[in-house]
Ligand binder design. Structure first.
Ligand SMILES: CCCCCCCC/C=C\CC(=O)SCCNC(=O)CCNC(=O)[C@H](O)C(C)(C)COP(=O)(O)OP(=O)(O)OC[C@H]1O[C@@H](n2cnc3c(N)ncnc32)[C@H](O)[C@@H]1OP(=O)(O)O
Length: 303
């Protein structure tokens, strides 16, 4: 991990993400509509669309795992790979993360990855979740979340790992960590990320209650930095990006590292124990029952 100019402090090869791939199509490059040069070429994978703009050094990364961008193992893996690709390309200084699915930014953990699965699968899945969080939280790039839909639980984790959050002003687009309402508990590193963003008391209250905040409240509590009309989310995210990119990279990166390293190190030190904790917790009969019931409720709620 070099910490001089061109700082790269994101942990490398914490996992070999490609080893997790099942039937994904990665590394595709295709010209964007009407595009010509390299700056207009899209790349990415089945579930993560990357629209790079070499001229500005900013890439737009779109989650594309319909219907609700649930964080399947494949989506987690493809996100890590796309992020790593941009991190390794010196052309890029920032990523705007957004959703390609209407009305939902990200529905959080894919519950089908932890319901009725064996412990080995749950462990593999949780390691992929840890990996994505570590990579995003410590990324040397500026990450701006352009939150254009509902953003519960794991979706909120993704947004909280970014440097800045812009939320569309729609009362249906609630954001927060609602784990307790599913009968599960946010792990310590999620709790720490929450506390780092909105402070201890607000986190304690929101975590215990499983609060999902509508936009105005999310802004008030400091969970998001801007709330804007839906059609201005992307342009506002770009303006925010410009503000962050106006700072010299090395100074901003070192400051980010200084602010976040202790939180990330805590997970790095206890990664295996955290995985075991997760697996033994979610594999309990009682937890499986409540997750199944929640999933069933979601399926029946339709229409
Ligand atoms: C030591 C202890 C360790 C414990 C560790 C805990 C780890 C904690 C970390 C994260 C926790 C999580 O992320 S758990 C997931 C929490 N997510 C939610 O509660 C969101 C649930 N979804 C919704 O509220 C809504 O779907 C939505 C608001 C996101 C979108 O609403 P919409 O009306 O547009 O869509 P539908 O509800 O009709 O859903 C469509 C379709 O998707 C399925 N779906 C939704 N969410 C999930 C999900 N998270 N995982 C899997 N599948 C999901 C839903 O059932 C519908 O399916 P069908 O079309 O088959 O009916």
């Amino acid at each position: 991990m070099a910490l001089a100019s061109g700082v790269r402090f994101a942990p490398r090869a914490l996992l070999r993400p490609w080893a997790l791939l099942r039937g994904t199509t990665l590394g595709r490059t295709e010209p964007a509509a009407g595009g010509g040069g390299d700056g207009a070429r899209r790349f990415g994978s089945q579930r993560v669309l990357v629209e790079p703009d070499a001229a500005s050094g900013v890439a737009v990364m779109k989650l594309r795992n319909p219907p609700v961008n649930a964080l399947s193992l494949e989506l987690l893996t493809e996100l890590v790979i796309s992020l790593e690709k941009l991190e390794n390309d010196k052309t890029f200084r920032g990523i705007i993360l957004t959703s390609d699915c209407p009305r939902v930014f990200c529905a959080g953990l894919d519950l089908t990855e932890i319901c009725g699965r064996n412990p080995a699968h749950c462990a593999e899945y949780w390691k992929a979740m840890q990996e994505l969080w570590l990579r995003m939280y410590l990324s040397s790039l500026v990450l701006v979340a352009a939150i254009n839909g509902a953003c519960p639980a794991g979706g909120c984790i993704i947004a909280l790992s970014c440097d800045c959050r812009v939320l569309a002003d729609n009362p249906k687009y609630r954001i927060g960590l609602n784990e307790t309402l599913l009968g599960i508990i946010a792990p310590f590193w999620l709790k720490d990320t929450y506390v780092n963003t909105i402070g201890h008391r607000a986190s304690e209250q929101a975590l215990q209650l499983g609060s999902l905040f509508p936009p105005a409240e999310a802004l008030q509590v400091g969970l998001v930095d801007q709330v804007v009309p839906e059609d201005q989310v992307q342009s506002t995210a770009l303006s925010e990006m410009a503000r962050w990119l106006a700072v010299p990279d090395h100074a901003r990166q070192l400051t980010k590292n200084m602010m976040r390293k202790a939180t990330a190190d805590r997970l790095l030190r206890q990664r295996d124990a955290d995985t075991q904790n997760f697996v033994s917790f979610v594999c309990r009969d009682s937890i499986q029952k409540s997750l199944q019931a929640y999933l069933e409720k979601l399926r029946q709620r339709k229409g």
